[in-house]
Design a protein around this ligand. Structure first.
Ligand SMILES: *[C@@H]1O[C@H](CO)[C@@H](O)[C@H](O)[C@H]1NC(C)=O
Ligand SMILES: *[C@@H]1O[C@H](CO)[C@@H](O)[C@H](O)[C@H]1NC(C)=O
Ligand SMILES: *[C@@H]1O[C@H](CO)[C@@H](O)[C@H](O)[C@H]1NC(C)=O
Ligand SMILES: *[C@@H]1O[C@H](CO)[C@@H](O)[C@H](O)[C@H]1NC(C)=O
Ligand SMILES: *[C@@H]1O[C@H](CO)[C@@H](O)[C@H](O)[C@H]1NC(C)=O
Ligand SMILES: *[C@@H]1O[C@H](CO)[C@@H](O)[C@H](O)[C@H]1NC(C)=O
Ligand SMILES: *[C@@H]1O[C@H](CO)[C@@H](O)[C@H](O)[C@H]1NC(C)=O
Ligand SMILES: *[C@@H]1O[C@H](CO)[C@@H](O)[C@H](O)[C@H]1NC(C)=O
Ligand SMILES: *[C@@H]1O[C@H](CO)[C@@H](O)[C@H](O)[C@H]1NC(C)=O
Ligand SMILES: *[C@@H]1O[C@H](CO)[C@@H](O)[C@H](O)[C@H]1NC(C)=O
Ligand SMILES: *[C@@H]1O[C@H](CO)[C@@H](O)[C@H](O)[C@H]1NC(C)=O
Length: 493
């Protein structure tokens, strides 16, 4: 399962390789004989494929794959004057295409096909009832000069640009108040060329918060699938206050270090959302579920809820595989995370918050998690004291409750569990069942707890902290904890 993003043994790579080889072959050997041989081969190939399905391991499509027709009207980006040379700026072409499609909503909408090539553009908006389809080898390249990036007001639930007060840069691909939007393809790429942005950020040359790669706000019925997102200036995919969002079969990549804030997916005040079959290797959290920041998030009051994350592989060298928070002031509830594989990461699954946030994190179910070489596996942290401004209310304390961890496995983990409640933010009703995590070295206090109430059912390895009640496999109480509040937290490893 473990693979580096650059050496992934994908079908795509093999297909591409074969295509290239055949193209070269065809253009250099122009004899009738060759053509006949090729014709014969293709006939046999298609015949075999039709009759035996998965007969050939290196299944490739030749000539290059056609665009499927997913809407009543389809357009080619080149129809609008775009040039895919990586140098020509195609913003106007994208805008013309979107304008055209925006008039087709009543007729079922339109599809914009992006052929192979490097399509440089400044940020542009999507429209409702639109499908953006990226061919294999199609790359939408974000221009890395901030002068081309429009500024927008801060998100209402953050009251702040996140890095700087005041306006923030919009996203490369943006949408507001939309319905029925699809971004998909044959694994084409949206590339934010974040390198310039990360460098300017580190050198403190930017006066506004960097823009996400794809940000869809106040929208519903969104599907994003079968593409690659890479090198975002800031968060990669940010659905904000959206409903019914499906994210499936994405590859999300950014350098694993020195690519600040390149979270993979940030569901923010969203409900009814699925994230599945994704591979994420980025410079910050793989997924971070949020719902606004301190007093602004409390006032906005829109939770993230009914979220399912499954069959996801994540690497986050500097942060966590899946996070909830730290901005969670609108509340987060009913989240299921299953069949998750976190490798080579600092933290695997984490809930982070602080006094001032308000809100709640409740009804969170983790199931079948595999940790492979992570420093701290399960984390709940209640002192993540980063605030938008001085005016937050320190008495607004979040509620953390009803959190379960079932079937947790792995190896190479230093600290399998660190649940750090506090006197103000007590962590209630935590359940562990079926856990066995291979640890890197044996030390006491590696299942660390403070101010937490809950239970361990059946056998759990390593031995749980004394804060939790013990039950046997059949659910009979063995020992009730009398020390829920003792602190076993040791940050030295
Ligand atoms: C899609 O492309 C990315 C980047 O080129 C690659 O890492 C990934 O394996 C490809 N995905 C599939 C399913 O072919
Ligand atoms: C799109 O336009 C380009 C350039 O005109 C052309 O090469 C390509 O075949 C077109 N693709 C489709 C699907 O029409
Ligand atoms: C894109 O959408 C935003 C928000 O609706 C709007 O402010 C901006 O003017 C739009 N940009 C263009 C080029 O239409
Ligand atoms: C995932 O995407 C790749 C590349 O586009 C495609 O070959 C594969 O069939 C997709 N898998 C699923 C389950 O949709
Ligand atoms: C940031 O602001 C300073 C002072 O107003 C200005 O000189 C500089 O050009 C600005 N930088 C950017 C990237 O806008
Ligand atoms: C959710 O969105 C999808 C399109 O992505 C649509 O087919 C489906 O009907 C929507 N579901 C609901 C309950 O609205
Ligand atoms: C993803 O791609 C595969 C292969 O092309 C296709 O069968 C599937 O329907 C696509 N899935 C979505 C959700 O777009
Ligand atoms: C919880 O979320 C799931 C989707 O992950 C949904 O099917 C279920 O109805 C939600 N439960 C409640 C009580 O809303
Ligand atoms: C657990 O998750 C892994 C992927 O991390 C998957 O391969 C395995 O089938 C899952 N097990 C069950 C019982 O669902
Ligand atoms: C504790 O959490 C579990 C889910 O993990 C839930 O089923 C149960 O009702 C909760 N117990 C209480 C007393 O709220
Ligand atoms: C543990 O701390 C919580 C929250 O501060 C408090 O409500 C509770 O009474 C304490 N329990 C014990 C046994 O001291």
């Amino acid at each position: 399962m473990v693979e580096t993003p650059t050496s992934s043994p994908s079908n795509w790579w093999r297909n591409h390789h074969h295509n290239r080889r055949w193209t070269t072959f065809f253009s250099t050997q122009k004899t009738l004989f060759t053509a006949l041989c090729l014709g014969l081969f293709l006939t046999v190939f298609y015949w075999q494929r039709d009759f035996t399905g998965g007969f050939l391991v290196f299944r490739f499509d030749f000539p290059s794959r056609q665009f499927p027709k997913l809407r009543p009207f389809a357009f080619n980006l080149t129809d609008f004057g775009a040039v895919g040379d990586g140098v020509t700026l195609n913003t106007a072409a994208f805008e013309r295409a979107v304008m055209k499609i925006s008039k087709l909503g009543k007729k079922g909408g339109g599809q914009l096909n992006v052929p192979p090539g490097n399509w440089l553009t400044a940020p542009f908006n999507l429209t409702s009832h639109m499908t953006l389809f990226l061919a294999e080898g199609a790359v939408i390249l974000g221009i890395d000069n901030e002068k081309y990036w429009p500024l927008m007001p801060p998100l209402p639930s953050y009251g702040y640009g996140r890095e700087h007060p005041g306006p923030r840069y919009g996203s490369l691909i943006h949408g507001q108040n939309l319905k029925d939007v699809v971004i998909t393809g044959h694994n084409g790429t949206i590339n934010g060329q974040g390198q310039t942005w990360w460098k300017k950020y580190r050198q403190k040359l930017l006066n506004h918060t960097r823009g996400p790669l794809v940000q869809i706000m106040w929208s519903s019925d969104i599907l994003i699938s079968n593409i690659t997102l890479r090198d975002s200036p800031f968060w990669t995919l940010h659905p904000y206050d959206c409903k019914n969002v499906t994210i499936t079969n994405l590859t999300i990549l950014a350098p694993i270090s020195e690519a600040p804030n390149t979270d993979g997916i940030d569901p923010d005040s969203c409900e009814d959302m699925v994230i599945e079959d994704c591979y994420i290797s980025v410079g910050d959290d793989g997924v971070a579920i949020k719902s606004g920041w301190d007093q602004y998030g409390i006032a906005y009051g829109r939770p993230s809820k009914n979220i399912l994350i499954r069959n996801v592989v994540v690497r986050s060298k500097v942060s966590a595989g899946i996070s909830i928070g730290s901005e969670m002031s609108g509340g987060v509830s009913n989240v299921t995370i299953e069949n998750l594989h976190v490798w080579d990461s600092r933290r695997a699954v984490r809930i982070k918050t602080a006094p001032g946030r308000g809100g709640y994190v409740r009804d969170i179910k983790y199931q079948n998690l595999t940790f492979d070489n992570v420093r701290v596996g399960i984390v709940i942290k209640t002192d993540y004291n980063e605030h938008p401004d001085e005016h937050y209310d320190p008495k607004a304390v979040p509620i953390l409750e009803d959190i379960s961890y079932t079937s947790i496995h792995g190896e190479g983990v230093r600290v399998p569990v660190r649940i750090q409640g506090s006197e103000e933010i007590f962590v209630s009703n935590v359940t562990f069942r079926d856990m066995s995590v291979g640890i890197t070295y044996v030390k006491k206090h590696i299942f660390q707890c403070a101010f937490v109430e809950g239970r361990v059912i059946g056998t759990v390895f390593p031995a749980p902290c004394e804060n939790l009640d013990l039950y046997d496999e059949r659910g009979n109480l063995i020992r009730r904890s009398v020390s829920q509040n003792v602190s076993d937290i040791d940050y030295s490893f």
